[in-house]
Each structure stands twice: as C-alpha cells, then as structure tokens.
Ligand binder design. Sequence first.
Ligand SMILES: O=C(O)CCC(=O)C(=O)O
Ligand SMILES: [Fe+2]
Length: 312
Amino acid sequence: MNKENSVQNTDERLPNWVEALPIKWKNWLLDHLEAEDKSPEELGKILLANGLKITDEELGDFKMADFNLSYLIDVKKNFFDIQEQRIRLVTYLERPGMCYFEDMLSEAECDELIHLSEQSGEFERALILNDETASNEIGSHRKSDSMCYLHGQNPLIATIEQRIATLVNWPATHGEYLQILRYQQTGEYRPHVDFFSSNSPGGVKSLSYGGQRVATFILYLSDVEAGGSTKFPNLGLEFKPKKGAALLFTNIDILGRPDQNTLHAGMPVIDGTKYIATKWLRERAFEIEPTKTQPIDSKKLKNKKRGSKSKR
Ligand SMILES: O=C(O)CCC(=O)C(=O)O
Ligand SMILES: [Fe+2]
C-alpha cells in the first residue's frame, strides 16, 4: 500500500487518538487494521507496548474508548511492591472493574493521616451535589464529616497520591484532592453513584473540572467494630472496613458510559468510628479555583494554599 495514500484516506470512524499518532505508527496501524481482525484499541495497545510515546492529552480518548480494569491494574499479579509497601491484590471483579487490596497503607500511615486530619480542625459536615441547582448542600442521605488535602499538600499526602498513581497507572494530577471522611455512630452514605450526569446543571459543572470520575479509590483508615461496610446492592457485594485496605472501582463501562451497576452505599456505622480517604480519578488533570472548590469552602482553601506554600 502507498503510505502517503493510506494517511490521506484515514477512515473518519477511527478514534481521534489515531490522528495524534506519529506518521510511522499511524501507517502501521492503518495497514494492520486492513489486514487483521483487530480493533484500533487493540492495535494501539501493541504500539504502546512497543515503545510508542504519546502525551496524556493525546491519549485522552484512547483511555476512554478502551477503559477497563486491565487498563488500571495487571490482575495477574498477586502483589505490587511500591514505595517499600507490599500491596496485596486480594480479589477483583471484571465488570464493573473492581479490585480489593490489603496493605495499601501501613498502620502507621493510617494513624498519621487520621491524626493530621483531626488536628487540622477542618472536618465539617460532608455535602452532596444538588444536580438541579449545581450547588453543594447538606443532605439527610449523607451523614459524615469531610475535609480534603490539595495535591501534595504535605509529605504524607504526596506519598499516598504517588502510591495510588503508580498502582493504577494514572497520573496523580488526574484525580481530585484526597478527601477524608469521618463517620461516627449512625453515620452513613445512602445508595448513590459517583459519576456525573451530563444532563444536569450540577453534572455539567462538575464535568468541566477534569471530566468524568472514571474510577473511585477508597482507602480504609480504621477498623470499625460493627457496620460501616461499603455495599454494592446491584452486585450483591459488601466490603467491611479494614485498616490499610483499599477498594478501587471503575465508574464507567468499557464504552466510557456511566455504569449504573456501581451504585453503592456507606452502610450505617453501628459501633466505632469509620475513617476513609477517597481519591476520584478523572479523565483529565483536575484543578479547580478556590472559589469553585468542593467540599471545603473557598476561604479555607485559600488559606490552605497560602499555608502550604509557606511550609514548603
Ligand atoms: O463510606 C463508604 O464506604 C463509601 C463512600 C462513598 O461512596 C463516597 O464517598 O462516595
Ligand atoms: Fe461513593
């Protein structure tokens, strides 16, 4: 085949990321699309495995079009050694993509994160997004306190963000600020989904900050005497909080569409206090202006930004 022609005749139905490929790789891909029974995504993976370098921005819709659990985690492996921590992959589900890890954080890290968060004096009643008004409000179906940390705000946060990023092969910048939640007795988060709807003012506003929440990563910072599990009613699955463990689940299906099967709840705490940290992975880099931030209010985040600069 004439290489020049093959480039000009690019099939309009091909995903956008094909256009971003260097000419040599693009020709290879077009040739193989004709000759083999493989999708562009499968061929794209072969290119990546063979040394193709492409920026995250260019890769954007490739990730979305081909998003599944194996994109984030090599589930053949039983453990991952990252930053002197041996993280054990205990169990996983293909669809929706879900992984349960133990020893994601050490006991000392869990204790330090709880201590730092309590000491900050920043815990406030957690808010929920009102899809219609696009504002964040107190709601009876979310009863917990929350606070959050900016990217790399202190060495512990930087370490945890980097560990998550390495584990799931997703840049730390492409995630929301790490949120800490505290549920006291009777605290709960009734069934909800974490993805945003593109049909509501609230969803559209949230999507404008870095795109969809492609996955949720929950770190369990404490054991809880009774109650407090994370329950997926459509899947018949329930995870009890275990100090240092973590749960990863994808919020979109393999075609990039929000997955209703990810409906989940933080069940009422019956005895004890439940602390978790949540990192939502976004399609793109996440950075929001202090005045637009959620759930902490603007003044606090401004002070935090000043504070974190002077401390560094
Ligand atoms: O508390 C839990 O186990 C789940 C938390 C949760 O779903 C959330 O913060 O979005
Ligand atoms: Fe959630």
